[in-house]
Design a protein around this ligand. Structure first.
Ligand code: AMP
Length: 143
């Protein structure tokens, strides 16, 4: 199964922020949208980096609350691992496990086409397991 199944269920909206915005603005955005990471982009580059709640916590732990006034660009990760709608769900899970991150932006060529979190994958896996159990029950009941 591919990431397309998850995107067609959850949608393709990606919350982004420009690199010059402050960590405080990023924190407010994460809170308001109830998400754990934002893709950093501008008018010309769809993925300049990714900033997750962990990056904000790390910056505050290192430099105190003054870090909240620093630009997002100072704390974001710039080597971003991405996938496409055709990438396998298991493959994305492996990328997350190996890289120790919980978000993978999905690209369609140079365009952002969605984002998948570990929560989305867990939800998909649970739905799949439930469907299998129901199918098995039906099969046993009608056999
Ligand atoms: P997360 O577990 O997604 O909250 O992120 C943990 C760390 O990995 C943070 O430093 C993020 O900036 C970074 N990170 C998150 N997603 C990715 C990704 N797709 N590629 C590379 N780094 C990432």
């Amino acid at each position: 199964m591919t990431i397309e199944r998850i995107l067609s269920d959850k949608g393709r909206t990606v919350v982004t922020i420009e690199p010059g915005h402050t960590l405080h603005e990023a924190a407010r955005l994460l809170c308001e949208k109830r998400i754990g990471a934002v893709v950093v982009s501008d008018a010309f580059r769809p993925v300049i980096g990714i900033l997750s709640e962990r990056d904000i916590v790390r910056a505050i732990a290192a430099r105190g609350s003054a870090a909240l006034e620093e630009p997002v660009s100072q704390s974001m990760t710039t080597t971003v691992v991405t996938g496409t709608a055709h990438t396998g769900i298991t493959e994305v899970l492996e990328l997350m496990t190996e890289g120790k991150f919980r978000h993978v932006p999905i690209m369609d060529g140079q365009r952002l086409a969605g984002i998948v979190s570990i929560g989305d994958i867990v939800k998909d896996r649970l739905a799949e397991a439930e469907a299998e159990t129901a199918a098995m029950r039906d099969y046993i009941a009608t056999a």
